[in-house]
Design a protein around this ligand. Structure first.
Ligand SMILES: Nc1ncnc2c1ncn2[C@@H]1O[C@H](COP(=O)(O)OP(=O)(O)OP(=O)(O)O)[C@@H](O)[C@H]1O
Length: 279
């Protein structure tokens, strides 16, 4: 069943709306809606974790693997977390595709000033410190409805009600393509997935390696099998790129709906999202 990705500044109402959505889905659709809560997975005070990039990364990984554990075709899952990194949201999108299930994004779209005011009114043990709060706001990569992984996209402003009916209509309306549906472009899984993705990803990495070796001063690299370009980052070694290739293959190998024609662009988007996280 589908996945809802909550997103928003710290203290912007994500948990409040996640609970309301979950209740609405249970009441109106008689469906279980599990909330995977970042807060519930904290093993230390949240400011200590969010102030430490290694611990924060571990927390993100925990949230993702918990969502992956409960995500199946029968349960709605709501990820109630900051979800502020574009590349991380893209990884979640790949995870949904692998099930396959539908995914949508709900952003609590309030101003930093409003979020800080709500933060100050919380119980002290739930408050963000000013340093952590400002740091998160600075690094926030807002969702963009033009991105496939942020779409369908819904937002709720500070003084508004989220349109729960519209969210659910979008969530339950569109049926997932059947894995064996016959289409003009065969899904990769039907055309010998592993050799195909290996070949596409390896040739893309070779194109990046060629630029690495030539010492060229470029910002973007054109690669085969993709219309999107790679954002060039000299600090990313070929060993790291090869590791990212393996991660990408693991993420997408159970996918039944991806067509061969889009694999190259998917891999480029994956690499770019990882490169963004390295910056
Ligand atoms: N629409 C609203 N009007 C006024 N206060 C609100 C509103 N929505 C949430 N709050 C308050 O703001 C605080 C933060 O809300 P909530 O926990 O839902 O945010 P969050 O984005 O999940 O926070 P966190 O970043 O810690 O996960 C709470 O005290 C909550 O009661």
């Amino acid at each position: 069943m589908p996945l809802i990705v909550m997103c928003g500044y710290p203290s912007s109402g994500k948990s409040t709306w996640a609970r309301k959505l979950s209740d609405f889905i249970k009441e109106e659709y008689k469906q279980e809606a599990i909330i995977v809560s970042e807060e519930a997975l904290l093993r230390e005070p949240k400011n200590d974790i969010l102030d430490d990039s290694r611990k924060e990364k571990e927390l993100r990984a925990k949230v993702k693997s918990e969502a992956q554990r409960v995500l199946n075709k029968d349960t709605v899952v709501i990820i109630d977390a900051l979800n502020y990194i574009k590349g991380y949201r893209y990884e979640i999108f790949c995870m949904s595709k692998a099930v396959p299930t539908r995914q949508l994004t709900v952003q609590c779209e309030i101003s930093p000033q409003q979020a800080w005011a709500w933060n100050e009114n919380r119980d002290v043990d739930q408050q963000y410190t000013k340093t952590v709060f400002d740091h998160l706001i600075d690094r926030f990569e807002l969702p963009d409805s033009q991105n496939r992984w942020d779409s369908p996209y819904f937002s709720v402003l500070a003084d508004e009600e989220l349109d729960l009916k519209a969210v659910c209509a979008s969530l339950f309306a569109s049926k997932q393509p059947k894995p064996n549906q016959s289409t003009v472009n065969k899904p990769v899984s039907e055309i010998n997935f592993l050799p195909t993705i290996e070949k596409v990803a390896s040739e893309i990495i070779q194109a990046i390696a060629a630029v690495h070796n030539s010492d060229s001063d470029v910002e973007e690299i054109e690669v085969p099998y993709a219309t999107a370009k790679i954002k060039y980052n000299t600090s990313l070694s070929i060993t790291q790129l090869t590791k990212l290739k393996r991660q990408f293959i693991t993420l997408t190998k159970n996918t039944t709906t991806v067509k061969k024609e889009v694999l190259g662009d998917m891999f480029v988007q994956y690499l770019n999202s990882q490169i963004d996280q390295e910056r």
